[in-house]
Design a protein around this ligand. Structure first.
Ligand SMILES: Nc1ncnc2c1ncn2[C@@H]1O[C@H](COP(=O)(O)OP(=O)(O)OP(=O)(O)O)[C@@H](O)[C@H]1O
Ligand SMILES: O=C(O)C1=C[C@@H](O)[C@@H](O)[C@H](O)C1
Ligand SMILES: [Mg+2]
Length: 169
């Protein structure tokens, strides 16, 4: 049986890549809905992402994130999951089934420049792991799941949006 992809777009990439920022603009341009699954997690748990991570730990956060991401029901929507979504094969299989996965690619230096205090932002980082380690751990996962890759380095927000729109399939 040939399985048909859904008509959603799912943005993946490092924290600070602009999934949420560009995602909402992309939804406006396409006349689509916008879903930020980080906000769904906060709504469901009644807690901030950074507090779930610091108080309950990375594994609990990733489990909650997987459950939320794997149960997104959407049509004609742009979906912005958190940067750690790619740790869950189950959630990413779901995303690949309901839509086209777009990887917003950035060089390490740009990511480091964009992110402020990692604890304050709530990044899933193991003890002793640096942002550089995290970047190299995640890049193969973003590449593995991407249907489309858009290099957004050195682009302003509007330019990045235009480039994403040009690359849509
Ligand atoms: N060219 C650009 N594209 C996207 N965001 C940019 C750009 N230049 C600067 N920014 C800034 O970088 C930040 C991107 O943060 P955003 O929350 O959209 O990232 P994210 O990919 O959703 O991260 P997270 O995985 O934490 O949800 C914003 O503060 C945005 O204003
Ligand atoms: O990339 C990450 O590790 C994260 C990104 C955020 O969007 C949140 O999903 C959470 O704070 C973890
Ligand atoms: Mg976001």
């Amino acid at each position: 049986m040939i399985s048909q992809k859904g008509n959603n777009y799912i943005l993946i990439g490092m924290p600070g890549a602009g999934k949420s920022t560009i995602g909402v603009l992309l939804a406006k341009s396409l006349g689509a809905e916008f879903i930020d699954t980080d906000l769904v997690i906060q709504q469901k748990t009644g807690k901030l992402l950074k507090d779930i991570i610091s108080e309950e730990g990375n594994e609990t956060f990733k489990q909650i994130e997987e459950d939320v991401n794997a149960s997104v029901e959407a049509e004609n929507s742009v979906i912005a999951p958190g940067g750690s979504a790619i740790y869950s094969q189950r959630a990413m299989d779901h995303f690949k089934q309901i839509g086209t996965v777009i990887y917003l690619q950035l060089k390490f230096d740009t990511v480091a420049e964009r992110l402020g205090d990692l604890a304050d932002r709530g990044v899933v980082l193991d003890n002793g792991q640096t942002l550089c380690d995290l970047y190299h751990e995640r890049i193969p996962l973003y590449e593995k799941y991407a249907d489309i890759t858009v290099d957004t380095d050195d682009l302003k927000i509007g330019e990045a949006l235009e480039k994403v729109l040009e690359n849509l399939i």
